[in-house]
Design a protein around this ligand. Sequence first.
Ligand SMILES: Nc1ncnc2c1ncn2[C@@H]1O[C@H](COP(=O)(O)OP(=O)(O)O)[C@@H](O)[C@H]1O
Ligand SMILES: [Mg+2]
Length: 289
Amino acid sequence: MLEINVLSPRKGSNPGGSCSFRAGNRLVSGYFKYCHTNKIRKSALRVEHQPIYEQVTLQLARDIGLKTIDSYVLSNLDRSVKFKGWKGREKQDTDPNNRDFYFLSVYIPKSVVIAEKEYRKAGETTVILDSRDDMTKIARVFQREDVYLRTLLVSDVVGKRQNYVFNPHRGVDGEIVYLDLGCSFVKAVGGDMLLPRGLKKCGSREVRRMKKKLRGVQLISAKNDNFVDLESLSEQIPDLKIPMLNPRRNVPLQDLLTSSEMEEVEGYVLQGIVENLPRLKKRDLICKL
Ligand SMILES: Nc1ncnc2c1ncn2[C@@H]1O[C@H](COP(=O)(O)OP(=O)(O)O)[C@@H](O)[C@H]1O
Ligand SMILES: [Mg+2]
């Protein structure tokens, strides 16, 4: 049994909150969240699996060289997870218990998030006021990384200060750590799961056509230290390692999703890559073998 102590109401639009739990001898602080309503029609995707889809985006982001929070999928298929202390925190909050999966990230302490920064409290949320110097640096990092976010169909980060952490002391321009990639090939908003505008479910012919375009195409990673083969990136989706917390291990995606779900996910991921190829080429981030 894993006990999760809920310590705050939701801080974003999706149900969840900050929490603490025991992992071995350690008390870990985290943030959990989930979705409850599927707004995608004619799809194999299931709202219970939204935390897994979010983890897929985070893994892909790491694979192409972006820095993200440490995150896990918490499985409750055997109903061994118990949430305590959620009651009465917020009117709209529903009982988080008895769901199949949760998304859980390891909390980045406030002292790091807002170290040496000015901030102001607006109700429950802390609004971070970046210095002029940091704002310039953040803009520079986004100028480089925005194209990678677009390739993964991630919206809701650039210009959404609450969805990333900025550490000005790393690298030349500082480093952005992405917190919330919950709006990518599926969007998670207010507990609803929906498809972003313009994205469509692809048949196998369309998938083959897109893969052909990516044959031999290598992407220079965001860290500029690696080449990522784009065809393999999509082909390896079933083998993508999903970090699970209970027990702590990596599980291949194919053990968690059905093959029709994975095919659908692959179709969405491919659309993002193919659509952004011209943009990536323009930035000189593509090499062809
Ligand atoms: N691991 C974390 N460390 C620090 N703050 C976090 C973490 N996870 C979430 N938060 C805070 O909680 C807010 C809501 O989490 P988020 O993942 O953005 O959920 P939502 O999908 O509801 O927007 C974030 O904007 C951020 O301020
Ligand atoms: Mg958010």
